[in-house]
Design a protein around this ligand. Sequence first.
Ligand code: GLU
Length: 433
Amino acid sequence: MNINPSASLRINPFESAMEQLAKAAKFFSKKESTLLLTLLSQPQRILNVTIPVKMDDGSLKIFQGYRVQFNNARGPYKGGIRYHPQVSLDEVKALSFWMTVKCAVADLPLGGGKSGIIVDPKSLSAGELERLSRGYVRAIADNIGPDKDVPAPDVNTNGMIMGWMLDEFMKVQRSKDNKLRATFTGKLLKDGGSEGREEATGLGGLYVLQAILKHLKLTGNLTAAVQGFGNVGYNVTKFLIDAGMKVVAVSDSKGGIYVPEGINPELTLECKKKHGPPAGGLAGCYCSGSVCDLKKGKTITNAELLELPVDILVPSALENVLTGQNARKIKAKVILEMANGPTAPEADTILYKRGIPVIPDVLSNSGGVSVSCFEWEQNLKGQHWTKDVVNRKLKTKMEKEATNVWLASKKYKTDLRTAAFYLALTRILSAMK
Ligand code: GLU
């Protein structure tokens, strides 16, 4: 979701990530800070693969894919697989670094990794998508496994794709050992997935938000705007509404809708599906057919959504939507980052000065990888936990780490991102010693 192509293209996500690292490293002794900066300024391994795919018309197309294994000091590399036409190596490096930090913030026994394949998945048939997914797994199979590296879904991938990948991995390994199911998380239940994984990122985001709002003493009838209406955006919208908040605007890559009375996520999702690519997604949903719930609203652009006068702004799409150019125009009281890397460092500085707390991605969207970790654990132990058990464990973890981050931000008089990084770096450092 490129709301300001010229601004966001200029921002290199890996450089932003390294700026965030340097800012937090300042809170350590000279010796520790040098160690952290040396060890975390480059990934441990980059796999750069080409994937030949037989297209439906009989032609052969070569796709480019990456797996970046950033750091495994705390456990096997962990992180999702992204399918997007704008994937770049620097983006995947940044995302794998953020996974390293995220898993440490959530106190999981896992390191950080990430995959990206340069592809517009919406232009592929189901068969082509499956062949691409299986081909990618064959290319990286020697380097993944329950105690090596554990991939999962990310932007434009899902449980069905994880199922194809696991099946291909088992074929390559020539094994039927059920423990190997722990190689992938975010799977469908039938393939060994966990209860609650699909909605875990959204639900975790709600738990983190509620914990921080309590510390901020922000109560009342709160309103929110959610940018991005994929798995995470949809689920967080639903959970915010269930928790009594009013979501007045949502958007996808094509545009958004603003409904002051509050949107209905189910109708909106139904409409998005109907108007999905290539017709135009949410932008086509303004009072269409039976979805006249949206009659009371109007269409807005992504840029307008970000600047709405709401209490909580929830960027849930891609990187760098909050930049030096729009940070002064943000009217929200709190920002809940559900996407990875939505706030550029320049925007962070401006928002901090303006007194607008940014609840950082490495904390607020860590519910997804936390339940991925529960799934990995269940597969390894041959167990299946109920949704109640999963959600209870998720709530306990999110509330605990949100409070740890809040307390560190008070103690060191710094923003929440730097506090979360501080917490993570302390944990990574002690694992490296
Ligand atoms: N892609 C998700 C993230 O960025 C989940 C990763 C996982 O479950 O491993 O956090």
